[in-house]
Design a protein around this ligand. Structure first.
Ligand SMILES: Cc1ncc(COP(=O)(O)O)c(C=O)c1O
Length: 388
């Protein structure tokens, strides 16, 4: 009989625990239950109309073939202009590689910079797929312990002690998923200084760029042209399903990354690219800014509400659309707590175990991706659940 054997790496990839919860939430909803979704890491907005219309025009005009492997020249130019006008940083279009989502950019990054057997340092907790992109490259992530009292910021003074022969680099994200914390410019500057002294690469995932409510909204590219940066249209531009992102690389990596992009993707989705060119015009940016303000208002409602029901917030929720909360005062295991909360009160949250290892069972992530009314109702239900 034929044996069906998957590649070993498949066994090394952890499924998202939240998927089980999401399935259950969807099932409850299909039974007519009123589920409040605070678990999903995507905006409840869709692409701004002008952008969606540009996509429809592209289809009507038959602009649906492959584009150049590193992206439509006019889109690369628009992204480059945006870096200059909004973040006062010069990034030549040649250094911008348009990819299928930030996910495509992370996969390219792992393929570009990491050898089999290498390891890449990152803070615990962090975006879970990072580890899996590295496994794809035959490498692995080394999650470094952080402390809630430091807002889960990696202590850079310990970096050299964790660095070994096989360490390839450090991957950071700001604003962070799952904590919502924002790293400041002096932190990234110090990280870059340390990583370059140690001879590695630094990647900063800026996918939540623009969604900053407190602190500085800047790009790591303003610190050095040798830092790698990932970004996407998924969050600030609310285009998750359009599958479009980008990777910025130093000059010396353009040739290598172009070969990889050609071979791995051929091109990012062309309709999405034509639509995205429209995203950087003033009317669209004004709408994105209005949405940022809406998210900020929700954030304040959530922070206030969590305070009044006595759930401690463990990282400064200054960006993205997440708040990371300690539930260890009310449960031994956040996953079980989330499942029970969903069954009893129909509120869906993401347990910390999806993001980290150390003490992950203590935490849950709230995504404020529903309106203020929904958030307030969720808080009432959570308080009732905690009192029951
Ligand atoms: C930190 C981070 N990086 C990358 C991604 C991937 O995003 P996408 O592929 O939709 O651009 C996500 C998605 O939630 C994320 O939170």
């Amino acid at each position: 009989m034929k044996q069906h054997k998957l590649a070993t790496r498949v066994g090394q990839i952890a499924p998202f625990q939240v998927m089980m919860l999401l399935e259950r939430a969807k099932h409850l909803q299909s039974q007519g239950e009123d589920v409040i979704h605070l678990e999903v890491g995507e905006p409840d907005f869709v692409a701004v109309d002008a952008v969606a219309n540009a996509g429809m025009e592209a289809i009507q005009q038959g602009k649906t073939g492959y584009t150049s492997a590193t992206g439509l020249p006019e889109l690369k130019r628009a992204i480059s202009d945006y870096y200059l006008s909004r973040y006062q940083v010069g990034v030549s279009p040649e250094r911008i590689i348009v990819t299928p989502g930030a996910s495509g950019a992370l996969l390219l990054m792992a393929s570009l910079m990491v050898n089999a057997g290498d390891e890449v340092l990152m803070p615990d907790p962090c975006y879970p797929c990072n580890r899996h992109f590295l496994i794809q490259a035959g490498a692995q992530a080394k999650l470094l312990e952080t402390k809630p009292e430091d807002g889960f910021e990696l202590d850079l003074s310990t970096l050299a002690a964790h660095w070994g022969d096989k360490t390839s680099g450090l991957w950071l994200a700001s604003p962070s998923n799952p904590t919502g914390a924002v790293l400041n410019k002096s932190y990234i500057t110090e990280a870059w200084q340390k990583v370059s002294e140690l001879g590695g690469h630094l990647l900063v995932d800026e996918i939540y760029q623009g969604l900053v409510y407190e602190g500085e909204d800047f790009s790591a590219l303003s610190i050095s042209d040798d830092i790698f940066v990932v970004n996407s249209f998924s969050k600030y531009f609310a285009m998750t399903g359009w599958r479009l992102g980008w990777l910025v690389v130093p000059e010396w990596a353009i040739e290598g990354v172009t070969k990889l992009a050609q071979n791995i993707f051929i091109a990012a989705p062309s309709v999405s690219q034509h639509a995205a060119v429209r995203a950087f015009e003033a009317d669209v940016l004004a709408e994105c800014e209005a949405r940022r303000q809406t998210l900020d208002a929700r954030r304040l409602v959530l922070l206030d509400g969590l305070g009044s029901i006595g759930l401690p917030i463990v990282a400064p929720a200054h960006g993205a659309f997440y708040v990371y909360v300690d539930v260890s005062g009310v449960t031994e295991d956040a996953m079980t707590w989330c499942l029970e909360l969903l069954e009893k009160e129909k509120v869906a949250l993401t347990p910390g175990a999806d993001f980290g290892i150390k003490d992950a069972h203590k935490y849950v992530r709230f995504a404020y991706t529903c309106d203020e009314h929904g958030l307030k109702e969720a808080l009432v239900r959570i308080a009732r659940f905690m009192a029951s």
